[in-house]
Design a protein around this ligand. Structure first.
Ligand SMILES: Cc1cc2nc3c(=O)[nH]c(=O)nc-3n(C[C@H](O)[C@H](O)[C@H](O)COP(=O)(O)OP(=O)(O)OC[C@H]3O[C@@H](n4cnc5c(N)ncnc54)[C@H](O)[C@@H]3O)c2cc1C
Length: 422
């Protein structure tokens, strides 16, 4: 039984409730964190309802990276091989191009794992795969086009959520509500959680460039080129390049005014080898802006409600670790809550335990991202010269103990997370 209908038609601020259901855990947000948590709980017999506000998983671009730690978890539950059946490419490490040559700042192939690479699969396909696996359990319920916009609270304890769709207002009552609803989290807002912001000094334009016959092979599957105040990032996909142009915060308007021809010109100036690919950019609509943000909630929970993933900590795209961290939060949440959810004994201490285990790795990686952003990326973006390889990067690749740090941090984070079978 996925969830049980209870009393009907109470009036609320959002309108008359059409239907009320009871479940053990209601997860708001079918992104990587929410979907993986739903699967992990469902396979242990916990009644789970997953609410996703979009009609399908083909949402706006949010990154397509699956890290070694996630593949290890999926391997633990027998799904890693099946994941690799989805058309994909692999990145073992980027090649960065500076004025005086190239450097590879990290190589994931050095990691002690059978998955020494980042798997690039379209996120929509990944989410369909995970929720498809969850749907094999009768105690899992997925509701698409369900915009959770109100909380059910009694005496300071969250007892559920309400969501709206074209049929009206629906209420889900649950032992625990998990807010996995991303960087603009409604659950964070409704729960009145504080956030501490760190604003990285950059923004990114994302777009696709076609692959063309006879163009250079990029070793490691990813390329970074340095221009005058710009960084060009190219990730190899099966039939195109996922491309990012990184520029200092506050310059978007100026770039937009110059138009798409200026973006083509910048790509040509950074690396003339991609001039032909850049000709495919003809309309500003092909570009989307990622306003880079980074923040963290000092507290991730209140009675009956837990935030995970970007809802608890918005990750900067540096290192592409946001998906990895959201899924690691999901794994720890499943480790801590599965038993109490099944026994009906979840307390605020359990929710605090999730934060205790996940907060410090988040702080460590955000500090590492801040270091890269403020020391290396900012100096490149503020310079009008195409500089040489920064000495800090050279140091990172030369000293063995330092050389292994970035791949470990990027592949697994400061602590390897494993699924506990309870
Ligand atoms: C342009 C861009 C590129 C990125 N590239 C990368 C990358 O390459 N690698 C990487 O690791 N990270 C990347 N990130 C960061 C990454 O997307 C996030 O860190 C990660 O997706 C967080 O996962 P999540 O499950 O916590 O939240 P999200 O992936 O944001 O998922 C939240 C889900 O909740 C749903 N939702 C929101 N509100 C409601 C509501 N009220 N009711 C119901 N559903 C709701 C949303 O529709 C969404 O599906 C990128 C981010 C952006 C913006």
């Amino acid at each position: 039984m996925t969830s049980t209908p209870v009393e009907a038609n109470p009036k609320t601020d959002e309108g008359e409730v059409q239907e009320t259901r009871k479940t053990d855990c209601c997860i708001v947000g079918g992104g990587p964190g929410g979907a993986v948590l739903a699967l992990l709980l469902a396979r242990k017999g916990v009644r789970v309802t997953l609410l996703e506000m979009h009609r399908d998983f083909d949402r706006e671009f949010r990154g397509d990276t699956i890290h070694p730690s996630v593949m290890e978890i999926l391997d633990q539950i027998g799904l890693a091989e099946k994941l690799h059946e989805i058309p994909h490419t692999k990145i073992s490490g980027p090649t960065l191009q500076f004025a005086n040559g190239t450097i590879s700042p990290f190589n994931l192939a050095r990691l002690n794992t059978k998955f020494g690479y980042i798997l690039l699969v379209p996120q929509a396909k990944f989410l369909e795969f995970i929720t498809g696996e969850a749907a094999k359990f009768a105690n899992f319920r997925l509701v698409m086009h369900a915009n959770a916009n109100a909380m059910v609270e009694q005496g300071g304890v969250v007892k559920g959520v309400r969501y709206g769709n074209e049929e009206g207002v629906h209420e889900i009552q649950a032992q625990v509500v998990v807010g996995a609803d991303g960087r603009f989290s409604q659950m964070r807002r409704l729960g009145r959680f504080e956030t501490v912001k760190t604003s990285p000094p950059m923004d990114v334009l994302w777009f696709r460039l076609p692959k063309l016959p006879g163009e250079p092979e990029i070793s490691g599957g990813a390329f970074g080129g340095i221009g005058r105040g710009r960084i060009l990032v190219m990730l190899e996909r099966t039939d195109y390049w996922q491309t990012g142009l990184v520029f200092p915060k506050g310059q978007y308007q100026k770039l937009h005014e110059k138009g798409v021809a200026a973006v083509r010109q910048e790509i040509r100036e950074i690396d003339a080898r991609f001039a032909k690919n850049a000709e495919a950019l003809t309309d500003w609509q092909q570009l989307s802006l990622l306003s880079v943000e980074s923040s963290r909630c000092p507290v991730w929970h209140k009675p009956g409600l837990l935030l995970i993933g970007d809802a608890a900590h918005v990750m900067s795209p540096v290192g592409g670790v946001g998906i990895n961290y959201a899924i690691q939060d999901a794994v720890v949440t499943a480790n801590v809550l599965t038993g109490p959810l099944k026994a009906g004994t979840v307390t605020d201490q359990h929710l605090a335990e999730v934060q205790r285990q996940r907060e410090w790795p988040t702080k460590v990686i955000q500090a590492f991202q801040s270091f890269l952003q403020n020391r290396l990326i900012a100096s490149v973006l503020l310079s009008q010269q195409v500089g040489n390889v920064p000495w800090q990067l050279r140091l990172l690749t030369k000293i063995p103990i330092l050389r292994d740090l970035p791949p470990r941090l990027i592949g697994f984070g400061p602590k390897r997370v494993r699924l506990k079978e309870v």
